[in-house]
Design a protein around this ligand. Structure first.
Ligand code: 5GP
Length: 188
């Protein structure tokens, strides 16, 4: 997606340890127009795929997910990082956070992830695939079907994309970063 690639080149910043900072337009300050184009691109890429619900993980997946849900006219559910006392029929899984380097337990209500659901998972980044694998676990626990996974940015030099594609998951990434070493952003 050209618009996104140009924006990453213009405003993205590279950090030690293979971290790309896009907090001026994606995951802190947000550009809603760019996010809308991102959603339209996801919708185009998953055209013809049976989907009835969008699922993401808080916090940075919510903005793109809600716009995809808006364009597709489908409900959006986000996996929570804190377990509310009032959640009914809670499903949980443990995810290792790449940026925070710690494990945390996330949850979703089985009420909103049902066996008849066909899920499109949307998130901002695909790095090692830990969040995505946690999502796959929750989908399996619920008996729902995973229709596909869409990421705004995939870092191809980390292994998440490889792991998910080898599992047969339909993965669509709108910008693929091949390298971040020497603090240079190499976009495919
Ligand atoms: P994974 O679970 O695939 O290892 O990492 C995905 C999650 O970690 C994303 O939801 C995102 O929040 C965070 N993340 C991974 N790599 C980066 C990065 O380079 N920059 C930022 N800002 N977040 C990242």
């Amino acid at each position: 997606m050209e618009l996104l690639k140009r924006r990453i080149e213009q405003d993205g910043k590279c950090y030690e340890g293979g971290i790309l900072k896009v907090d001026s337009f994606i995951n802190h300050q947000m550009d809603p127009r760019l996010m809308y184009h991102i959603a339209e691109e996801f919708v185009k890429r998953f055209e013809g795929v049976k989907i009835n619900k969008i699922v993401t993980i808080e916090a940075s997946g919510i903005a793109p997910a809600i716009l995809v849900g808006y364009v597709m006219n489908l409900p959006v559910v986000f996996v929570k990082k804190k377990q509310p006392k009032t959640m009914e029929n809670m499903l949980t899984t443990t995810i290792h956070s790449f940026t925070k380097d710690r494990d945390y337990t996330v949850c979703i209500s089985n009420n909103f992830l049902q066996p008849e659901d066909h899920i499109l998972f949307v998130d901002d980044f695909l790095a090692y695939g830990n969040a995505a694998l946690g999502m796959i676990d929750l989908v399996q626990q619920s008996g729902a079907t995973l229709a596909g996974m869409g990421f705004i940015i995939e870092k191809a030099f980390q292994d998440g994309g490889k792991i998910l594609r080898e599992k047969g998951v339909r993965v669509e990434s709108l910008a693929i970063i091949d390298d971040l070493s020497d603090c240079k952003i190499v976009i495919r």
